[in-house]
Design a protein around this ligand. Structure first.
Ligand code: FAD
Length: 472
């Protein structure tokens, strides 16, 4: 404990002790360290977290607090606007500095710039660091000095840039003589009132320890087979690190340095997609709501609340789509291959605006991330950077057959179809009546008929695209 004026470390999406530049710099200052988290119901300048993210945040804050207690400190929780909370805390504690790791979402950058100014105006030193990306979006540009819009050149470029060697986890913290009491975690009411998220507990270990465990499991097993298994949703072929990365329980640097660059290139490439998504959002600020390719503003979407609901609840009548949507509801996560199939179905087969799908993902994904979600949806809708050409329309029947050939994934999430043979699992409406009866499938009863006909929906999507093109 120390009487000296403390340095506040303001935790945000960097809920970890290892490779945390703001924390390391605060420790290096030799002053006592005051770790703080401010919960702002309105969001940190961006949209407030969705329900699944709040569930994660609750557990992640609890985990960080526990780790800090292990170092003789604790996490001070405050509520309200971050600016007022920090200015007030500096006054109360006589703090001489506030350090934090940057976030790069445009609205947050704007808000943080104001906070920095307010702190400096009060005579407090405010320093920020890059803790969440391998490369700050400000330091990456193509040969003509403009932002990248295509992934491959971006990937080639960033591979050759140097990255910080991960910083060690501190083994002790000097704390101020007294710490403010702060709020209780429970008072933030982050956990859902419904029992909806109960299943999440079986799937996830939020917090830095959970992230370390997930990386170590993946490095020992899945990483070597990633290129082969990453598109098979029934096997543990992917790292499931996305919520840990989103909340900063692990940094991309740590992953980059933990794996062999040559051996694990296909996986590290995905880490670079995350960097690319942040790069795009930083430079193209309106993309969470506006298409990057402006011609798509005229796309003739046909909003249909009933169809949106059927998609959200996994009742479209297309088993691979419904399996994905139910995995999402029950676990807060969906395999990337199935995310692509399910999101494509919403925007192309059902012609619902991609923004409506993004909003549902925002509320239900534990890894909901403004940069990745925006890029993912714009990619699928054909209106984003390096996007899939609009006319390439996933067939939800053949996608199921190709990526879940033995039906393990679909049967897991769709118990009402579990007894159907593989031949009909992805198109139950083609099965003979006697076979359906034997399998206990009642189309229009315990499982819906397809909400749209694939062939007709495909044609309608192509017509809508032509209408948009002709309107230019
Ligand atoms: C419509 C749609 C919406 C999406 N929304 C999100 C989102 O809100 N949050 C999110 O983290 N990812 C999102 N993704 C990207 C991707 O599906 C997830 O990152 C991935 O499924 C997470 O699982 P994982 O950690 O096992 O991934 P792995 O395959 O193990 O990849 C490792 C990491 O690389 C990054 N990554 C992988 N694929 C992508 C990608 N296509 N784009 C950007 N980063 C990627 C993630 O940080 C991921 O954790 C979305 C994709 C689509 C098609």
């Amino acid at each position: 404990m120390s009487d000296a004026s403390p340095v506040i470390v303001w935790f945000r999406r960097d809920l970890r002790l290892a490779d945390n530049p703001a924390l390391s710099e605060a420790l290096a200052s030799g002053e006592p360290v005051l770790p703080v988290y401010v919960f702002d119901e309105e969001g940190e300048g961006d949209s407030p977290d969705g329900a699944a993210s709040k569930w994660w945040l609750h557990h992640s804050l609890a985990s960080l607090d526990e780790s800090l207690k292990g170092l003789g400190s604790r996490l001070v929780l405050l509520r309200g606007s971050s600016k007022s909370a920090l200015v007030e805390l500096c006054r109360e504690m006589g703090a001489r500095a506030v350090f934090w790791n940057r976030r790069y979402e445009p609205a947050v950058v704007e808000r943080d710039t104001e906070i920095k100014k307010s702190l400096v105006d009060c005579g407090v030193q405010a320093r920020s660091f890059n803790g969440s990306l391998m490369q700050s979006p400000l330091s990456v540009a193509n040969k003509s000095g403009t932002p990248f819009k295509v992934f491959t050149p971006f990937w080639k470029h960033i591979q050759n840039l140097s990255t910080r060697t991960p910083l060690a986890k501190p083994d002790a913290l000097t704390t101020p003589k007294s710490l403010p009491k702060g709020e209780s975690l429970e008072s933030f009411e982050l956990l859902p009132r419904l029992s909806w998220a109960d299943g999440f507990n079986e799937e996830w270990i939020p917090g830095e320890k959970g992230a370390e465990k997930a990386l170590s499991l993946f490095a020992k097993g899945g990483a070597a087979k990633y290129a082969k298994d990453r598109d098979t949703p029934s096997v543990r072929g992917v790292s499931r690190l996305s919520p840990h990365l989103h909340f900063g329980e692990i940094s991309p640097n740590q992953i980059w340095h933990a794996l062999d660059r040559k051996k694990h290139e296909p996986y590290l490439r995905q880490i670079a997609w995350r960097e690319f998504a942040h790069h795009l959002l930083f430079h193209f600020k309106d993309t969470p709501s506006e298409p990057l390719r402006p011609e798509f503003a005229a796309f003739p979407w046909t909003r249909n609340p009933g169809w949106l609901k059927a998609w959200q609840t996994g009742q479209t009548g297309y088993p691979i789509v419904d399996a994905g949507m139910r995995e999402l509801w029950q676990t807060g996560w969906m395999h990337n291959r199935v995310r692509m199939i399910a999101s494509s179905f919403l925007v192309k087969h059902l012609l619902q605006p991609w923004q409506d799908g993004a909003a549902w993902f925002w509320d239900t994904l534990v890894d909901a991330d403004l940069a990745n979600n925006t890029m993912g949806w714009q990619w699928v809708a054909g209106c984003g950077a390096d996007a899939a050409p609009y006319f390439r329309i996933f067939n939800p029947i053949t996608q199921g057959e190709r990526f879940d050939g033995d039906g393990t994934y679909t049967r897991r999430w769709m118990p009402e179809l579990a007894r159907l043979p593989n031949k009909y699992l992805f198109k139950p409406w083609e099965a003979p009546a006697a076979l359906l009866e034997k399998a206990g499938v009642d189309l229009g009863g315990n499982y819906p008929m397809p909400i749209v006909d694939h062939g007709k929906a495909r044609k309608a999507a192509l017509d809508a695209y032509a209408e948009m093109r002709d309107a230019r």
